[in-house]
Design a protein around this ligand. Sequence first.
Ligand code: G3H
Ligand code: 13P
Ligand code: ZN
Length: 312
Amino acid sequence: MPIVTSTELFKKAYAGGYAIGAFNINNMEIVQGITDAAAELKSPVILQASQGARKYANSVYLVKLVEAASELHPEVPMVLHLDHGADFDVCKDCVDNGFTSVMIDYSGHPFEENIAESKKVAEYAHEHGVVVEAELGTLAGVEDAVSVEADKAFYTDPDQVEEFVKRTGVDSLAIAIGTSHGAYKFKPGTKPQLRLDILAEVARRLPGFPIVLHGSSSVPQEYVKIINENGGKLVDAIGVPEDQLREAAKGAVCKINIDSDLRLGMTAGIRKHFVEHPEHFDPRQYLGDGRANVKAIVEHKIKDVLGSDNKI
Ligand code: G3H
Ligand code: 13P
Ligand code: ZN
């Protein structure tokens, strides 16, 4: 199967009460870990590359790696997505060079500018058979919201979503409901709580429309522990509770973004390997352990969080 867009995948996910995992890719081992897990569990999957990843690996390598994974697992619908495209030019480059989906992230700009840039990307991408995700709201940890006024600034305003989607023509929308990027999402001692009420209101305003959650790593403590037991120092790393993500996936959320958890898995595998085998210096040995952790984490997400197993 060639690399596909997310259109049909999101339709099925919405109707079926599950979400598709969007996992960040930076190198071959990560692509392999993710796609081997998806193949074993018969799950569609989104492979997404950030601008940082494209710079690190060179975008051509990432496109070819995903093409290779697709050739090896032809039964698995795979989407190649640009994560957090900064402007039209970055999105255009991906549209022109093998990506089937792009994100234009103008969420840090004023509403009207966000509309204008997202619309421009959507028009160009659609002419080329590529789908577009945009973002409305500021992704920040709930610890940043200290008052009702601050709440308004950080979370997506449901009053804006219909106008935004209508005027831009985008295919999916990332919203801010309390998730945030990285491994330090909530203050220690506080109860991590997503604003599922905002999600429900957005879904009510946009019936059937696919919603995306960024910053959805759960920061599995077993991997944090392995890292810290093997020379690492990650203090108070806290993620999004998986049961809340599962709840979101049952509703309008069709795409859930996970990067940090894979980084933790990769790091845990490598750190442990080095401590246990100080005599090793073959990258295949320690990268192999990192890759095995990536695969195990993706399998867990597919089965226990996203619910996308056996959907091919
Ligand atoms: O949303 C951010 C992703 O985790 C990608 O991070 O820009 O460091 O590649 P990055
Ligand atoms: P995490 O840092 O929670 O994995 O979020 C990843 C993400 O949103 C990529 O766009
Ligand atoms: Zn993100």
